[in-house]
Design a protein around this ligand. Structure first.
Ligand SMILES: Cc1cc2nc3c(=O)[nH]c(=O)nc-3n(C[C@H](O)[C@H](O)[C@H](O)COP(=O)(O)OP(=O)(O)OC[C@H]3O[C@@H](n4cnc5c(N)ncnc54)[C@H](O)[C@@H]3O)c2cc1C
Length: 586
């Protein structure tokens, strides 16, 4: 049966903060917009963001966008593109006020202004005193943002395809993107969505690791779609391990806890961060704190009977403050470790959290891929924003509070560029029938019973492999072994089955398709990590402990067909002088 066909001006794949911010801008410009999401939009992972969104409002301490820009570049270990970072930091205050006007109920100061808390890596005067730049709605900021954006989209009459799974991009012979093939998870029916322009906003991929802070749905689908469409993935070796995941479980305890005055102690009761980051201490950048925790444990100073975690203390903050500023954290700690932070410390260990790499874009959200003539040629009709994209404002290490900012700033910027694109491309282009065949075959493949390998088992094996061979500390031998193992899992997946021919559940199909995507993303991460022989940001090589700007101040590009390639970092900002790389201490 031929799939149903629908036509829209713009297709947005993903209904998290990035996708919804873009869709709203497009819908308000009178474009017809379809948003596809594999879960109900307000269950997208943005809902889980806790601590807040960065903007130099200076409501609590002096601040300005230029300091924010410096901190972001330093935090990125100088791998971030400085034009995009300048753009984001300058746009931040306006983006936050816009959210406020969309209805986000930010916490307030006594004087009625938006409340701001301190987060890691924030400073005044280019590396001086701690700044307080993170605008928060208690510890449920992402929830507030996502619901407000969803309600605004309903008002703007955005068309939602809820619980529809996007399989692949549809392209003509020239490579121009003309929409996507999706399938309805409830009925199993596939739908061709034709669009003049398509935006990928499918979120991150921390599910490649066993212990992570992400929802089960964060499987890097958009990244894998881009790879299959011949677009390389950028900087995939840089995966952020958040220092304070609940030990053994992975759920996030926001950096906002340390921003409010919480601190870490080891098994000897020592505030060990003083040794690793004498100035910023517990509010050093996330890569620094994660490495410090793992080092303490490796050197025998962990807590608990197995000395396998450290403790996060916040009992001294008092019940009133915890209830007012960190209510969800109290609830999480009580539920998952039976610890009430008003009295008890929380056992924590670094956990996979955020994908700094992704689909390469310029600051207009256009997906760019290298050609023989240029390192950054836009792919016609394709844009990407949010955690699936790499614009790159986070470089080798993201600062807390900068991702919610990234999704709203670049969601808006990409949509504005798409609106101009639509003005120049007013008609739908013919979609060749052959363009649908490949993606259809990828879906139908799971109706055949092929072999013994089981999808859930392979997923667990993939996650364990990544944790063991590409974790916080890395070295050549184990990374090479990781590459071999991930390749072997991909081969086994070719032979996996999800049921007998007569009885295949759509949810099992989704899990299988997600695992195919996860495996491609895992290969990108471990191959890129094995290739980068230096330590930078979140990529910490025991065998190459120093940063090597002479050889490695460049973005990596991984593609399925051609392996590794590289392109220069955009060092030149838009209007100010660039910040040249220097030693990074906190
Ligand atoms: C626990 C936690 C706390 C965080 N706290 C903060 C914070 O305080 N501040 C901050 O700045 N950042 C924070 N982050 C990071 C930030 O929340 C995310 O990076 C950001 O929200 C990602 O938004 P997004 O729009 O890119 O993707 P998401 O919100 O993840 O949305 C992805 C969307 O894509 C859809 N999708 C994916 N694949 C498919 C497919 N194949 N077909 C159809 N739809 C698909 C999903 O259904 C979903 O709608 C936190 C992250 C976590 C995990």
């Amino acid at each position: 049966m031929r799939p149903e066909r629908r036509r829209f001006d713009a297709l947005v794949i993903g209904a998290g903060g990035g996708g919804l911010r873009a869709a709203l801008q497009l819908a308000n410009a009178e474009a017809t917009v379809a948003v596809v999401s594999k879960v109900f939009p307000t269950r997208s992972h943005t809902v889980a963001a806790q601590g807040g969104v960065n903007a130099s409002l200076a409501n609590v301490l002096p601040d300005n966008w230029h300091w924010h820009m410096f901190d972001t570049i330093k935090g990125s270990d100088y791998l971030g593109d400085q034009d995009a970072i300048e753009y984001m930091c300058r746009a931040a205050p306006k983006a936050v006020y816009e959210l406020e006007h969309f209805g986000v109920p930010f916490s307030r100061l006594e004087n009625g202004r938006i409340y701001q808390r301190a987060f890691g890596g924030q400073s005044q005067h280019f590396g001086g005193e701690q700044a307080a730049r993170t605008c928060a709605a208690a510890d449920r900021t992402g929830h507030a943002i996502l619901h407000s954006l969803y309600q605004q989209n309903i008002r703007a009459r955005t068309h939602f395809f809820d619980e529809h799974f996007a399989l692949d991009l549809l392209r003509d012979e020239s490579g121009r993107v003309l929409g996507a093939l999706v399938f309805d998870i409830a009925t199993g029916e596939s739908v061709v969505i034709e669009a003049k322009v398509t935006l990928l906003a499918t979120g991150g991929a921390a599910q490649v690791y066993r212990t992570n802070t992400n929802a089960l749905i964060n499987t890097g689908d958009g990244m894998a779609m881009a790879l299959r469409a011949g677009v390389p993935l950028q900087d995939m070796e840089f995966v952020q391990f958040h220092p304070t995941g609940i030990a053994g479980k992975g759920m996030l305890i926001t950096e906002g806890v340390r921003g409010e005055g919480g601190y870490l102690v080891n098994g000897e009761g020592e505030r060990f961060m003083e040794r690793y980051a004498p100035n910023a201490r517990d509010l050093a950048s996330r890569d620094v704190v994660s490495r410090a925790i793992v080092t303490e444990i490796r050197e025998g100073r962990g807590c608990g009977p197995r000395r396998d975690h450290v403790l996060l203390k916040l009992d001294h903050l008092g019940e009133a403050l915890i209830n007012r500023r960190l209510p969800a954290i109290r609830e999480t700690a009580r539920t998952f470790v039976n610890a009430d932070p008003v009295r008890d410390p929380i056992p924590v260990f670094p956990t996979a959290h955020y994908t700094m790499g992704g689909i390469p874009t310029n600051r207009h959200g256009q997906v760019v891929a290298p050609t023989a003539d240029a390192p950054e040629e836009p792919v016609e009709g394709l844009y990407a924003v949010g955690e699936c994209a790499c614009v790159s404002v986070h470089g080798a290490n993201r600062l807390g509070g900068n991702s919610l900012l990234d999704i709203v700033v670049f969601g808006r910027a990409a949509a504005n560029h798409m609106i101009d694109y639509l003005a120049e491309h007013r008609y739908h282009r013919p979609l060749p029938e052959a363009a649908v065949e490949g993606p259809r075959a990828r879906l139908d493949r799971w109706d055949e019973a092929r072999g013994e390998a089981s999808v859930p088992e392979l997923r667990r094996e993939l996650q364990r492999t990544m944790e063991e061979y590409a974790g916080v500390f890395r070295e050549q031998e184990s990374l090479d072994e990781g590459v071999a193992r991930v390749r072997a899992i991909r081969e086994q997946l070719e032979l996996a089955a999800i049921g007998d021919h007569s009885r295949v559940f759509n949810t099992a199909r989704v899990e299988a398709l997600e695992l195919v995507n996860l495996a491609d993303v895992a290969l990108a991460v471990v191959t890129s990590a094995a290739a980068r022989r230096e330590s930078r940001g979140a990529h910490s090589r025991v065998d190459h402990p120093d940063r090597d700007d002479a050889r490695w101040l460049k973005h990596s590009l991984f593609s399925l067909a051609e392996g590794m390639d590289y392109k220069p970092v955009r060092i030149k900002p838009l209007t100010v002088d660039s910040f040249p790389p220097k030693e990074r201490t906190y």
